[in-house]
Design a protein around this ligand. Structure first.
Ligand SMILES: Cc1cc2nc3c(=O)[nH]c(=O)nc-3n(C[C@H](O)[C@H](O)[C@H](O)COP(=O)(O)O)c2cc1C
Length: 113
């Protein structure tokens, strides 16, 4: 189910979820990839909610971010699925298709690719 939310209403959940790992999703060159992140900042710039992420140089995700210039994050409302975290946090999009391996269900975004 898709629902428009006010991100600040979920600030507590997002902040608590981060150390356990949330998903940083990218789409470039016709490839979707998802990587677990534990670093991030929820904030505000010019009255708009922002989310800062940190991707190490060698990650498949870093190349995707450079190409796409956009990303989404997925935050589990409860504990993260251990299987998804194992695949998206320890395996690389350089070697596997994480959508297939982790059986991710993708939902189109409204404003970005
Ligand atoms: C709990 C957890 C948090 C992580 N946080 C980050 C992070 O903030 N930034 C980062 O570059 N890698 C982080 N990683 C490592 C990447 O998720 C991991 O190297 C992944 O396999 C990279 O996937 P990719 O090559 O497909 O981009 C984290 C891993 C775990 C398990």
């Amino acid at each position: 189910m898709k629902e428009k939310i006010n991100v600040t209403d979920y600030a507590n959940i997002i902040t608590k979820a981060l150390p356990k790992g949330i998903l940083l999703n990218t789409f470039a060159d016709d490839r979707f990839n998802s990587m677990v992140i534990g670093w991030g900042h929820l904030g505000t710039l010019w009255n708009k909610p922002t989310f800062h992420v940190y991707a190490r140089q060698g990650r498949f995700t870093k190349g995707q971010l450079d190409k796409a210039g956009e990303f989404t994050i997925s935050v589990p409302l409860e504990n993260p699925d251990p299987q998804i975290n194992k695949i998206c946090g320890w395996q690389s999009g350089f070697n596997i298709d994480k959508v297939k391996e982790a059986e991710l269900e993708l939902v189109d975004a409204d404003t970005i690719k």
